[in-house]
Design a protein around this ligand. Structure first.
Ligand code: COA
Length: 155
């Protein structure tokens, strides 16, 4: 069983960005991670919204991370980004990260969680399905070059 997750720290940001660049065709800017890290992994966004980020370690190094937001006004959560270092995938790190999000949101009274994934990202789609999420729609041209499939779960 992989180590537990913890809040992102400033000294994680380079490792996170390295994983991000290796996993995504249009990676997030490092500033997004730095902003979350500098606020201890949790940012209040106003209008009942909050953004959060956790990392998971393997032998003292960052193995993966997850970013999500929740809105208490609507009781909805949304996973914005999740990735595990390529050489550490299929070892349960992703499952631990997403389960942390489910547990954290449940603790805040959030019932419904959604996310978007590239239509052709079959590995991630299998992963979300394994985590109990179900396909609930699509968004044409959500990405520059591809449609998004929406997955959701009611906890
Ligand atoms: C999606 C991702 C986060 C999953 O993380 P992970 O640590 O590899 O996943 P886990 O080891 O926890 O897998 C849990 C289960 O999900 C399913 N799964 C995960 N990766 C899979 C794959 N490549 N193919 C098929 N099923 C997969 C399996 O059922 C797996 O259980 P098993 O290994 O016992 O069969 C990881 O593949 C990743 O970082 N991908 C690149 C970034 C990305 O696409 N993120 C999602 C953007 S929407």
């Amino acid at each position: 069983m992989p180590d537990r997750t913890r809040s992102v720290r400033i000294d994680d940001v380079i490792a996170v960005k390295t994983i991000e660049d290796s996993c995504f065709p249009s990676p997030w800017d490092i500033d997004v991670f730095a902003t979350l890290a500098s606020s201890g992994g949790c940012n209040t966004l106003g209008r009942g919204k909050q953004a959060s980020m956790q990392v998971i370690e393997n032998n003292g190094s960052v193995a993966g991370y997850v970013v999500w937001e929740d809105c208490l006004d609507t009781s909805e959560g949304r996973v914005l980004n999740i990735a595990v270092s390529k050489n550490l995938q299929r070892r349960g790190f992703g499952k631990s990260l997403l389960q942390h999000v489910f547990d954290s949101l449940t603790g805040r009274g959030i019932k419904t969680i959604t996310l978007e994934v590239r239509e052709g990202n079959f590995a991630a789609r299998r992963f979300y399905e394994r985590m109990g999420m179900e396909e609930s729609g699509s968004v044409p041209d959500y990405y520059e070059d591809e449609d998004a499939i929406i997955y959701s779960i009611t906890l």
